[in-house]
Each structure stands twice: as C-alpha cells, then as structure tokens.
Design a protein around this ligand. Structure first.
Ligand code: HEM
Length: 467
C-alpha cells in the first residue's frame, strides 16, 4: 500500500540526488569495492521493486527484506531468533565497546533497562532547554561571518550536535578539552567509517584492519578523556548533594529496575562514548540534508520559515509539544526518508525461520536497508521526490510503521529517537529563523554511506542573514 497524498503534483520540485540503481548482478570483486567506497551503490533495481530478495552473496545467504510484515516478523514477533550480525558489530564495536548499541544478550538487556529511563519524553523535556544555547551560538557565529560566504555546513552541523551532546551529557565539563575531544571523534569516524573487506570476508579479528589501526589513537584519546570526566563527576557527587542534572549524573545514579544494580565505571564510559558515537553524526546528517532540501525547495522553505518565526519566543516548548512545527517536523522526517543516517541494518538468524514463503536458513544474514525501504516502489508514492507533505496529517497515518525505519524497530529501536527529533527541531528552527541557506556546490551533492549517510564532498552553502 502506498500512502496517498491529497495534494496537487509536486513535479516542479527538483529530484534530490541519489545513485541510479543498476540492473546487472555484481561480481564479488565489484561488490567488495562498492561496499568499501559507497555501499549505497550495491542496491539494484530489483531491491527497490521486490518485497524480498534472497540469495547467496559475499555474506553467505542474504535475505533483503522490504516487506513491512516480514520486517515486523524479524524485528518484533520473532526477535529472539536474531542477533546483530558480526559485520555490523565489527564496524562499530572497536570504538563503542560494550555500550548499548553493540552489546548483546544479558548485558544488552540489563543496560537497556537501566538506560531507557534516561531517554523518556519527560527526561528529554528536562534536557531540552540545554539544547537551545549551542543552536543559538551556531546561528550567531554564522550570522557574524561575511555575508554570502560559502561554508561547508557539515562541519557546523557536526559541531552543534557535538556541543549539544556535551551540554546534555556532561555539562561541558571537559574544560578546554571539548575541541580536542570532538576532533578525535571526527578522526575516528573518518578512519573507522569504511566497511573493511576483511570484515566482509570474515577474516579473524587478529588480522589487523588498516582503518582500525588508524583510528586507534583517536579511540584511545576519547576513552581516556571519558574516564577522566567520570572520575571527576563521581568525586563531585560524593562531595556535594548538588550535581549537574545531566546524563552523566543520571548514568552514575541509574540502576536496573529489576535488580537494583548500577552500571560499573567502565560501562558508564562505554555508554557515554556510545551516546556520542550514535547521536552525533546521525543528527548532524539529518540537519545537513534538511537544510539542503529546504534550500532547493523555496516553497517549502517559506512555510518552514513562517513556522520558525512564529515559535521563536519558545522554540523549546514548541519542539517538545510539536505544536506549530508540523511542517518542520515533516521536513526532518522526509530528510530521514530520503537520506536515512543509518542506511542499513543487519541481523543474523540463530535458527531456521521463514517469512511468508521465503526460507531464512540458520546463519543467514537478514538485511533491512532503510535507504532502500524508504525508496521502495511498492511502499511510497513518487519515492524519489521530496514531498514532506506525506508526513503531514492525514497522509502520515497511511504510512506503515514498518515502512519507515530511520530509528530501527522493536526492542533495539534507537533509545535516543525522541532526543534526536527534539534536538533537530530546535536547531533547524533556530537556524532558519535567523539565516537563509543556498546550495553552492558545482554539481549536486553525492550521498555516500560511511557508517552514516552523508554528502561525499561536504555541503557547500552560501549563508546569509535573514534578520
Ligand atoms: C537522527 C538521529 C538518529 C538516528 C537516525 C538514529 C538511528 C538509530 C538506529 C537505526 C538504531 C538501531 C540500530 C539497530 O537496530 O541495529 C539506533 C540505535 C541506538 N541509538 Fe540512535 N539514532 C539517532 C540519534 C541517537 C541519539 C541522539 C542517541 C543518544 C543520545 C542515540 C543512541 C542510540 C543507542 C544507544 C542505540 C542502541 C539501542 C539498543 O541497541 O538498545 N541515537 N539509532
């Protein structure tokens, strides 16, 4: 079923850039090359047209699911039969340790129970006022630059989401260290963010991977820094009753509601690094693509500017309640549909299973790629077009829950989803209220998957003051 939109044609809007899917089956060598350079280019037309594509590949038996009912089966109904697969873990685990994102089994269950209360809507509402300062500071920095100057806004978006995490996680107590910390993090993502052919081929962990070796100093730097921050905070908590009401204090005080046991210092550290790793680039990319799509679609931009202007006195309250920001939120969702920051998810089948008439043998890799799902011919009307209106009521209600998965689904759904949405709304309304962005690249930006889905050569924009 496609979600119908009761609007006239949107054909006047430019089609946002995306690799053109081929028809030819890729040989192993070519598949490896593409996995390394840009995994978005491995998807063929049949993936965007058929609900299930199953067969042998480099990953062994792989089943690519784009059928909402089948996805629900794997992520919810029979979730106990699936674990995160080794490829996904090997790409992420070296930097993120046994944090929530990469943990499995009992460690994951205990950590999730302990950490989930920190991200409830109420907890996010308490953190949200800390998000506006970094957004205002970015708007101010941009407004002070020479009018008309072209900037690569990916750096600004990475900086603002980092500053927001620093403010909500540890109240910016890394005095003087914040920029070194964020540089180390960027280096980690640049070096670590490529899929290593040795991982795809299942080479054992003791065979060194180039990207990982290059990332090691960066990983060590931010792990050491996090441990230092935790020790300082623990000492502060022991000394005084009052402590910053941020996520670090909450993590140190949190305990498993079932057993009453708290997290160890190493677990607190792994989760801080995980929140930064999982919540920094992802949200930055949503902001970058949203600003690009707005810049290219003046009719939508006008309406979003009106929303941003109307809530300027209380944008935090508006972002939390959603009141008055319907279109802004729809633009953010449409940006995540076209350019989902987490472009693919994969799971390994523990035992034989079946979805409809397709067998999923034990050991098979199940791939659910939001990038493909969100552009699937059977699920979306004009999938390649930018139409935020599809996320406005009443059309929004027609979108299948399992056809739109920017945050995943089931028990392992993104714990920071509400945090990220509120953050994106606050930053976007702050920027759009104050500034106007025009795309200034020579050709269209080229989407590429490097852990997150980002523009390959940055996002050059001319930034001018509106007011
Ligand atoms: C737009 C921004 C974001 C997107 C698109 C996103 C997307 C995702 C997705 C797709 C997953 C599921 C992965 C899987 O099933 O294999 C996930 C998990 C996770 N995300 Fe996010 N995320 C975002 C922001 C954040 C933020 C801001 C935080 C924390 C502050 C965060 C923390 C996590 C954690 C800890 C997990 C692991 C949950 C678990 O396994 O129990 N994310 N995210």
């Amino acid at each position: 079923m496609t979600a119908a939109i009761a609007e006239p044609s949107f054909a006047h809007r430019p089609v946002p850039p995306a690799p053109v899917p081929g028809t030819r089956e890729l040989g192993y060598a070519e598949l490896l090359l593409r996995l390394r350079s840009n995994p978005l280019t491995i998807w063929r037309r049949i993936h965007f047209e058929r609900p299930v594509v199953s067969g042998k590949s480099l990953l062994g038996h792989a089943v690519v699911l784009n059928d909402p009912a089948a996805i629900r089966h794997v992520f919810v109904d029979n979730v106990a039969n699936y674990r995160k697969d080794d490829l996904q873990r090997s790409v992420l685990a070296p930097g993120l340790g046994e944090g929530l994102l990469t943990a499995e089994g009992d460690v994951w269950k205990r950590t999730r129970r302990t950490v989930a209360p920190l991200f409830t809507p109420k907890a996010v509402a308490a953190l949200a006022p800390r998000m506006e300062g970094p957004a205002l500071a970015l708007a101010e920095r941009m407004a002070r630059r020479r009018p008309g100057r072209v900037l690569d806004i990916t750096h600004d978006m990475t900086r603002v989401t980092y500053d927001i995490l620093a403010a909500t996680l540890f109240s910016e107590t890394i005095a003087g260290g914040a920029s070194a910390f964020s540089k180390a993090l960027t280096r980690y993502f640049e070096t670590q963010g490529r899929i290593d052919p040795l991982d795809v081929l299942g080479a054992p962990a003791f065979v060194p991977r180039l990207g990982r070796l290059m990332a090691r100093p960066a990983i060590r730097f931010f792990e050491d820094e996090v441990i230092r921050i935790i020790k300082a905070r623990r000492a502060e908590l022991e000394r005084a009753d009052e402590a910053p009401a941020d996520l670090l204090t909450a993590l140190l005080r949190a305990s498993d509601p079932e057993t009453g046991v708290g997290l160890t210092e190493a677990e607190v550290g792994a989760n801080i690094v995980t929140f930064i790793g999982a919540g920094h680039e992802t949200t930055a990319n949503v902001l970058t693509w949203s600003l690009y799509l707005l810049a290219e679609n003046p009719d939508v931009l006008d309406a979003v500017e009106r929303e941003a202007d109307a809530v300027a006195d209380d944008r935090v309250g508006a972002a939390l309640s959603g009141t008055g920001l319907d279109l802004t939120r729809a633009v953010i969702e449409e940006a995540m549909r076209l350019y989902p920051p987490v472009a693919s998810l994969s799971r390994a089948a523990i035992a034989d299973d079946r979805v409809g008439d397709v067998a999923i043998p034990k050991g098979a890799t199940v791939v659910v790629a939001p990038y493909v799902l969100h552009r699937h011919r059977l699920l979306w009307e004009a999938p390649e077009r930018f139409m935020p209106e599809r996320f406005l009521p009443p059309a929004r209600a027609g979108i299948d829950r399992f056809a739109f998965l920017p945050f995943g689904a089931g028990p392992r759904i993104c714990v920071g989803a509400q945090f990220a949405l509120v953050e994106a709304m606050i930053v976007l309304t702050t920027l759009v209220h104050r500034l106007r962005f025009a795309y200034a690249g020579d050709g269209p930006p080229r989407p590429v998957q490097r852990i997150t889905l980002r523009p390959a050569d940055g996002m050059p924009m001319r930034v001018d003051r509106r007011r």
